[in-house]
Design a protein around this ligand. Sequence first.
Ligand SMILES: Nc1ncnc2c1ncn2[C@@H]1O[C@H](COP(=O)(O)OP(=O)(O)OP(=O)(O)O)[C@@H](O)[C@H]1O
Length: 643
Amino acid sequence: MPDSAFDEPGDLRVDRTPDKSGDQQDNHSENAHRRSARRAALGVLVRAFPGWTGLLAALAVLGGALPSVFALLVGRLVDLVPGAVRGGFSSPDGRRIVTTLVLVGGLLLAQEVVRMVRELVSNELYRRFDEYLLSRVMATILGVPRLDLFEDPVLAAATDRAVRIARFGPGELVSGLSTRWFGLAQGLAAAAVAAYVWPVAAVVIAPLWIVLGHQLRADAFRANPFWAEPLRRAGYLKRLATMPEWAKELRIFGLAEWLVDRFGVEWRQVMEQLWRTRRVGYRVSGTLFGLALLANVAVVVFVAHSALTGGLAVGSLAVLVQSMFGMAQLASQEGDVWIENGAIPVPDVLAHERLAATRVPAKVPTRTARGLPAREIRFEAVHFGYPGRERPVFTDLDLTIEAGRSLAVVGLNGAGKTTLTKLLTGLSLPQAGRILVDGVDLADLDPVSWRRSVAAIFQDFVHYPLPARDNIGFGAVETLADPDVAAVDARVRAAARRAGAEQILDGLPGGLDTYLSRRHTGGVDLSGGQWQRIALARAMTAVSAGARVLVLDEPTAHLDVRAEADLYDRFLDLTSGLTAIVISHRFSTVRRADRIVVLDGGRVVEDGSHDELLTADGRYAALFRTQALRYTDEAHTTAAGDA
Ligand SMILES: Nc1ncnc2c1ncn2[C@@H]1O[C@H](COP(=O)(O)OP(=O)(O)OP(=O)(O)O)[C@@H](O)[C@H]1O
C-alpha cells in the first residue's frame, strides 16, 4: 500500500477543504462528507460486484467470529482439566478434553483457511474494482466526443478530480473494508461472548471501545496532513527533484542544495502543523482510553475475585479475559486509511459522470462523411469563444476552403489559428454560425466518419512511448490489426517515405519494433525534428487510408534549415489531391500554399496567393519582409563570419 499521507501531494482532499483550522463546523461537514463518500463508494462496489462483496463480508464475519469460538473452547478446556487430571483420559472429562482439543485443532485450521480465502477474495475484488472504476473514468472521458472536459474550466476541474482516483487505486477500499469488517466482527463476537459470561462486562467495555474508535477516527481525519499547504509545496519540490523533465535546468542553475533545504523547511512545517492539530484531539482520546483501561482493570479484578471465591468458574474467567482482548478491536483503526483512499474519490467520479453526460449528444448524427469534401469547406459567420474567457476568438468568421487545394493560415500568436483547426476537425463546435462541408452542416455529419476524412497533426502532437510502427500506424489504427504483418510494415514505411522519415526508421536498432523512448529496453529517444517527421508520417498513414483533408499545425517548427527545405520541396507531393490547411509562422512553408489567409481580431483580414499578398503590401507583406530581413541578416553575418 502506498504511504497515503505522503505519497501524492496536492491530493483531492485539498480541493474540498481549503481552510482547515481545526474549526468544529469544518470538522462536522468534513466528517459528513467522508461518511457520504464511504456510502457512495460502498454502493458502487455492491452494485458492481454483489456476489464478491457478499462473499468477502461473510468471510470477514466468519474469520472475526472464530477467535471467540476459540475462547469458548479454551474456557471449556480449563474447566475440564481438574476432572481429567483426577480421572485420567479415559474418564468422561478426559474424553471431553480430547474432543475439545480436536475441535481446537480444527478451529485453528479453519481460521487459517478462512484467512487465506479472505485474502484471495479481497485481492481479487481489489483488482476487479480498480479496473472497473478506472475503466469507468476512462470511458467517461473518452465518451465525450469534443474537448469540453478539458477546455471548460468547470468540467476540467471535475475531470482533474475524477482522474485522481488513479493515484491510490480505488481497490484500496476493498482491502480496507475486508480489514475493518474483520475487526468489527471480532470485536462484536467477543462482546457477545463476554455478555454470555457476564453481561455487565460487555455493557461497560464494548461501548467505551466503540466511542474511543469513533474519536480516534475523527482525530486521524482532523490531523490528516493532506490539506496542509506546506505538504503540497513539499510534494511539488519532491517531484521537481525527482522527475526527468526538470533534471537539466536544476543542474544548470545549481538548484540542488536549495531544493533539499526548502524541502526540509516545508516538511518540518507539515510535521509541526500535524502535531499541533493532533494534540487537541488526543486529549479527549487519551481520557477515553484511560476510562476503557480502568473499566478493563475493574472487570478483571471483579471477575478474578468472583472466581477465587467460587462465584465464577475458572473457565468462564479465561473466556472473559480473552473476550476483553477481542473487544478492544472495536476501537481499531486498521483499514481506515485504505477505506478513505478508496472511497473519497468515488463521489468525484460519479459527479464527473453526471457532468460529462451533459456533453454527450443525445443523438449522434449518422450521415457519412465519406467522399467529402469534394467542393469546399465553408465557415459561415462562425462565432467561437472558450468557456471562461471573456473575449471570443472568432466573432463573425467567414472563410471558404476550396477542396483539393492548399491553404495556409497566417497570424500572430493567439490569432486563433489552432482554434480554427479544432473547429474544422469537429473537436470544438461553433457557438453560432455554421461550418458546411459541401453544403452539409458539420454538426450533421457522423463525427467518427468526419475524423477519418481528416488527418491532423497538431502543434502538441503526441510522442507515443511505443514502437515506431504504432507511432506511424496510429494514423489509421485499424490497419495495424491486419494479420499480414509485412503489408502493415510496407504501409508504415511508405508513409514514412512520403514524410521524409525513412532514414529515421533505418537508423532504429530494432526496426519498426523499436520503442521511441529510452525508458524501454532497446528504445531510442528522437530529437524534436525527428519526432515531427514521425508525426507527419502518421498523418500520411491517415491520408493513405482515405483522409481527404490534411491539417498541419506548425509542421516545420522543430525542423532544421535542411529539413525545412526538404519539406518545402515535398510540400506539393504531400498535399497533392488533398484539401490541405497549413499553419505556420515560417513563410518558407507558407508561400508554397495555393492560397494564404491572414487572421486577425477573429476575422480573415487578407486573402490571396503569396505574390498577390506581397503586391497588396498589407500585413502579410510586412510580416514576410520582417522574417526575410532576419534571414538575410543572418546570412550576411554567417557569410562575414566564414570570411
Ligand atoms: N483551451 C483553451 N482555453 C481557453 N483559451 C484558449 C484555449 N486555447 C486557446 N485559447 C485562447 O484562444 C486564443 C486563440 O488561441 P489559438 O491557440 O487558436 O491561437 P494561435 O493563433 O494558434 O496561436 P499560436 O500562434 O501561438 O499557436 C488565444 O487567446 C488563446 O489564449
